[in-house]
Design a protein around this ligand. Structure first.
Ligand code: SF4
Length: 213
């Protein structure tokens, strides 16, 4: 990467990591996805029940396979060969997992996590229930402030996720959010985690690569 671009990104990551620490989160910086995956597997006990939220980032890191191979029980609902009742049960199991693993739609430079969900299971598990939460995010998730976070969700994360899910929404038709009233709407719950939730062990792994939506 161009030296000046790298300098700019490094400074941005540094500022964000510092703010996250000040807000009570444990933080890890991983320069690439391979290092990130190694760090995350090392944080998770081999006998832990691991809940995995709907996250492209987690899957891009190959963590489902790595954890299953090691013998962890994994609760993840992105499976095609299960009924909707089974999928709901897995979502409930995630809420009481030992470790919940997910990404964040946006992370502000002042150390806040911003997320938008349709069902709400992912954002609920990030706040209370699992004993430990690990959030892994590529540097593309870093934004200046809360306005930037909402803008990122509306213009990038939500339309791309709606497209991935095959939703019949205006954002899939046009590529932009119109704050729709569609029955397929995936934006029902918005959370801002300003500081580490008081009863949860919480680690954020920032990766020096683009990951997820
Ligand atoms: S509110 Fe509707 S149009 Fe906007 S991103 Fe969400 S699903 Fe798409």
């Amino acid at each position: 990467m161009d030296e000046v671009k790298q300098w700019y990104l490094d400074k941005r990551i540094e500022r964000t990591l510092q703010s996250l620490k000040e807000n009570g989160f444990e933080t890890i910086y991983a320069p690439n996805r391979a290092e990130a995956a190694k760090e995350i597997v090392a944080l998770i006990p081999s006998d832990a029940l691991v809940g995995i939220g709907g996250s492209i980032t987690v899957r891009e890191l190959g963590l489902l396979d790595a954890l299953s191979r090691r013998g962890n029980r994994v609760a993840q609902h992105w499976q095609s060969a299960i009924s909707s009742e089974e999928r709901m049960e897995i979502r409930r199991t995630q809420l009481i997992s030992d470790v919940f693993l997910t990404s964040s739609n946006a992370i502000t430079e002042s150390g806040q996590l911003v997320n938008v969900d349709g069902t709400g299971n992912r954002v609920a598990a990030m706040i209370f229930g699992p004993k430990k939460v690990i959030v892994v995010a590529g540097m593309n998730k870093i934004v200046r402030d809360l306005d930037g976070a909402i803008e990122r969700v509306n213009s990038i994360a939500a339309p791309m996720n709606a497209m991935r899910l095959g939703c019949q929404t205006p954002c899939v038709a046009n590529g932009v959010c119109t704050d729709c009233e569609s029955s397929d709407r995936i934006c029902s719950v918005t959370t801002i985690i300003n500081r580490r939730p008081g009863r949860t062990d919480f680690t954020i792994v920032l990766v020096g690569e683009e990951l997820g939506y």
